[in-house]
Design a protein around this ligand. Structure first.
Ligand SMILES: [Mg+2]
Length: 351
């Protein structure tokens, strides 16, 4: 199998009127007629066209290579062969191409990607990570939480970094009162705090029984993260903005977090490297965004903890991710198990 080219689509889609996202979708083509799929999010409107062009140029640079050789392509795309890693749009394009290569690899041998990567399990916990900001009407929040429980979710994540500590504490206490004692509640502090204010939040929410506190302090303050981790009773999760393996190494060496969060920016190949490194430190791993792709390495490795579902890419596909009694049911179909919705790609195209 050889890579022969690609097609890109820039689209803006909306999930249930609650969350919208602009994405660049990549379809990686081969001489065998099968295509690999990936998408990149968080691209500003002015950079959408640039993102697609960079992606197309990078695919040209691997023209004729076999997508099954993930490490060969990873080395070429991420620039490790030159000793100087890629960054910016190039890095983000490279990560999407890497994801599409894994999709192709699975399709070529008729296996789901998570099985090729290790196949540790085919069901794993999933959390609902949308529309849980503090500050809105309480009755609306309650209705949303009840809807999530009815849909089978048993874990939720609330971003609280933009609220005051009293408001954030009040918010998570309200969520606990609605969902009961058996649902996992995750709080994201979005890098907003000092060590001391993060510890104040941790102390004041001890009785709420949080599953983890995420990004309590600035992402580059590895020692501050470690101080919070050492002094808070709750587990700490960090890592979502890191794009290179050495950043995770710095975090892990300092014991900066209990769980490691990995973004698609590392590619699936890079995700696996970080997951194995984290395992050596006894740390579970979770995903940041791109749940459709990143659920695969989490299901594949023994230290995969839970998949966070940010659903802004879900309208791109014909099938939603399947949730059953708190678990994500991994697709049994080859590759990533994703089928693009052609109508959505046309209707929601960014001009
Ligand atoms: Mg976060």
């Amino acid at each position: 199998m050889k890579i022969t080219g690609c097609e890109t689509h820039a689209v803006t889609v909306n999930f249930e009127g609650m969350m919208s996202g602009t994405h660049v979708v990549l379809r990686l083509r081969t001489d065998q007629g099968i295509e690999g799929i990936a998408y990149v999010s968080r691209v500003g409107p002015r950079n959408i066209r640039a993102m697609a062009l960079v992606m197309e140029a990078m695919v040209e640079s691997i023209h004729g290579l076999d997508p099954s050789n993930a490490e060969e392509i990873y080395r070429k795309l991420f620039g490790a062969a030159l000793g100087a890693p890629v960054s910016g749009l190039e890095l983000r394009a490279a990560s999407a191409i890497d994801v599409a290569c894994w999709d192709l690899k699975g399709k070529a041998v008729g296996q789901p990607v998570f099985r090729l990567m290790g196949g540790f399990r085919d069901r794993l916990p999933i959390s609902a990570n949308w529309a849980l900001m503090p500050g809105g009407p309480k009755d609306k929040l309650q209705a949303h939480l009840e809807n999530l429980l009815a849909r089978g979710f048993r874990a939720v994540k609330a971003p609280c970094g933009f609220a005051t500590i009293p408001d954030a504490v009040d918010h998570v206490k309200f969520i606990r009162a609605v969902v009961g004692p058996d649902v996992r509640i995750i709080v994201d502090l979005n890098f907003a705090h000092t060590v001391k204010s993060a510890l104040r939040f941790a102390r004041e929410t001890e009785e709420v029984d949080l599953y983890w506190i995420e990004d309590p302090v600035a992402f580059h303050d590895y020692d501050g993260m470690a101080q919070v981790r050492a002094n808070a009773k709750q587990n700490i999760t960090a890592g979502e903005v890191y794009q290179h393996p050495h950043e995770f190494k710095w975090l892990l060496e300092r014991r900066g977090s209990d769980n490691v969060m990995i973004d698609q920016d590392l590619g699936l190949t890079g995700f696996l490297k970080i997951a194995h490194m984290a395992q050596a430190y006894g740390c579970p791993v979770v995903n940041h965004l791109a749940p459709e792709a990143l659920a695969h390495p989490i299901a594949a490795v023994p230290n995969g903890l839970i998949v966070g579902l940010v659903p802004w890419g879900q309208p791109l596909f014909t099938e939603p991710m399947k949730v059953d009694d708190g678990n994500l049911v991994m697709p049994a179909t080859p590759g990533l198990g994703l089928t693009l919705d052609e109508d959505v790609l046309k209707k929601c195209a960014v001009s």
